[in-house]
Design a protein around this ligand. Sequence first.
Ligand code: DGL
Length: 280
Amino acid sequence: MNTALPTRPGAIGVFDSGYGGLTILSRIREHLPAYDYVYLGDNARTPYGTRSFEIVYEFTLQAVNRLFEMGCHLVILACNTASAKALRSIQQNDLPHIDPSRRVLGVIRPTAERIGALTRTRHVGVLATAGTIKSESYVLEIRKLHPDITVTGEACPLWVPLVENNEFDKPGADYFVRQHIDRLLAKDPDIDAIILGCTHYPLLYHKIRAFTPSHIAVIPQGDYVAESLRDYLHRHPEMDARCTRRGTCRFFTTESVEKFRESASIFLDCPIDVASIELE
Ligand code: DGL
């Protein structure tokens, strides 16, 4: 057990490989504005989606440890790729040594729980990074909860770079967005609900919606993750007591502060307090 970690109550940590987790953070803050938050974006090493299991696990564990050192007792992996490739190992193998009372939660389970109520045909599509699709995490989680649902995935390797490079609302993005939606629907024409299984994709929502037939629901995760966090804190008063409430939010990036501030303004419409850190 790491006895050097601060024990006093702290902020809730929110981690992503880059900017995508800001789409989750903004929904969480909307639902739970009283709490304090620390956001950490590993922008210098994004994207994670094309990286190996071992590297995503290593980078995610570094970020979680850093957030614990900053005083967080609860960390949300606001990244599907990290949730798919690192969450289980961290929960089962690392937390017992680091501090068994700290918690790390992901974004796949809350979405999988809700999907049963959002499909009539029982055919669901998932658009996500190559890493998330290859891990089959959505297929496995959804099958556990809703065995009658057929899940079909489509990896969209260029979508995160489009978002990270501010190209997501440009006409040049249209081709790449349409291509993957068409491929997904060709694999399973009965799909009536598509999960945006990457936290970067809500930034492409308008394009995705425009290229998806109107009878198909396009489902971002933010509200489900926020509702699930609220339930979690309600069910775990001992953790709730370790989360401070002054309504603040601090941001940390492994890239330059200026670049983060400029790009984050696309996701959040207020000035932000951001500092640069190194992860190792
Ligand atoms: N935003 C992340 C996700 O939800 C990851 C993107 C990436 O780094 O490839 O999967």
